[in-house]
Structures are given as C-alpha cells and as structure tokens.
Design a protein around this ligand. Structure first.
Ligand SMILES: N[C@@H](CCC(=O)N[C@@H](CS)C(=O)NCC(=O)O)C(=O)O
Length: 219
C-alpha cells in the first residue's frame, strides 16, 4: 500500500488526484504545515527537502519518493496509466510536466507569496509574478487551441500537475479572461470525479490557516 504525506495545497492535490484517478489504494498522512511537521527529523528521512508531498511505497521495499513531478512519474510507471509508453507521446507529457514543475508552480507560488502573505506589499514583485503567470497561461492557451488535453489527445499526469495549480488562479490574483481554451480545459478536468475527490483530500484548510502557515514558513 502507498502512504501519502500531504496537505491541502496544489502540490499535494497533484498526488491525491493521481491516486484517485489510478484507483490505487493508499493511506493518508496529512501533515500540519503551520506546525512545521514537514521539517521534523522523521519526515526529512522521507523527503530531505522538508516539504509535501512525499510517498512511501510499502509494496516496493518502503521506497520513498519526493518532488511531486517525480511522484507522478513513479505512479504512472507503477500503474501504466496517464503516461504513454510510445517515446514521442511520452516526451510530450514530460515536457508539459516540466513546464509545470519549473514554471507554473514556482511562479504561481511566488505570486501567492507576494500578493497574499508578504508582510510588506512590493508592487514590483506582485506584478512581476502575476504577469509571468499570465504569460504561462497564454502559452497553455495556444497549446490547448489544437489539443484537447495539454500534451495531446489523452488526459495525462501533465494535466493533473497543471490543473492542480491553474485552478487556483484567483488566489494568485491572475485573470483568465480572454483565454477560452484554458477555461474549456479547466472545466473538462473539473468535471472528472477523481479530480473532484482528489482536490478535497485532505479536506480544505481554511484560508486564514493557510496564510498563517505560509507566514510561519516564510519567517
Ligand atoms: N517542488 C516541490 C515543491 C513542494 C512544496 O513547495 N510544497 C509546499 C506545499 S505546496 C510545502 O510543503 N511547503 C511547506 C514548507 O515550505 O515548509 C514539489 O513539487 O513537490
């Protein structure tokens, strides 16, 4: 059985959505980020980076995996789902997964920090990250104009990784007006029962607690 160490955040949702989609049984280990449980010594043995998500696969010698992108690839390879075997199709999925891991995630994360949590408002930083997120959304818009899902005709781990972040656009203060394809794609994934279930695992943290935990981590 897989053990999932997570919290109600976009990087955590990627994995609960994927596990639900793949119908893999798992046990849930929610960590309280505001109590800095993710920095405790026992957890650093599972994820040396001290962040969620991480998994331990008890059916594979208690193998631990950290970094949400690496976890998605591990689960896709374990189940043979949501990542094609054909080399070009597989590469396309991995390209968009890396686009999420290196672009959308970090930029939306910084937009959230400067727009929501920073103790002083720095308009340059807020605008820089929000503008970059909007630019990345426009890249997706162009791709989605000729592809049903982000990496081609089939739903993949790249869609899961991107949707988990992009669906939180309003929390980042980024507008999605004028992006009809992005809106279409968001609705398409939001309609999937596994995405709906996974997005609520663990149950949502109230926004005040989320802000408090972000401030603790930034302190
Ligand atoms: N690149 C990492 C990022 C993980 C990450 O930033 N997780 C956040 C929650 S979304 C976290 O654990 N924050 C707590 C902290 O920084 O202490 C991944 O994709 O897994």
């Amino acid at each position: 059985m897989i053990e999932l160490f997570t919290a109600a955040t976009p990087n955590g949702w990627k994995i609960s959505i994927a596990l639900e989609e793949m119908a893999l049984p798992y046990t849930l280990r929610p960590l309280t980020l505001s109590k800095l449980e993710q920095k405790e010594e026992w957890f650093l043995k599972i994820n040396p980076n001290g962040r969620i998500p991480a998994i331990v696969d008890h059916d594979n010698d208690d193998f631990a995996v950290f970094e949400s992108g690496a976890i998605l690839i591990y689960l896709a390879e374990k189940t043979g789902q949501l990542l094609p075997a054909e080399p070009k199709a597989r590469s396309r999925v991995l390209q968009w997964l890396m686009f999420q891991m290196g672009g959308v995630g970090p930029m939306m994360g910084q937009a959230n920090v400067f727009a929501r949590y920073a103790p002083e408002k720095i308009p340059y930083a807020v605008e820089r990250y929000q503008r970059e997120v909007r630019r990345l959304f426009e890249v997706m818009e162009r791709q989605l104009a000729s592809h049903e899902y982000i990496a081609g005709p089939d739903y993949s781990i790249a869609d899961i990784a991107l949707w988990s972040w992009v669906a939180g656009y309003s929390w980042s203060g980024v507008r999605i007006e004028g992006l009809p394809q992005l809106n279409r794609w968001m609705d398409l994934i939001a309609a999937r029962p596994a995405a709906q279930r996974g997005r609520n695992i663990p149950p949502p943290t109230d926004p005040a607690k989320l802000a408090e935990s972000a401030r603790n981590m930034l302190a």
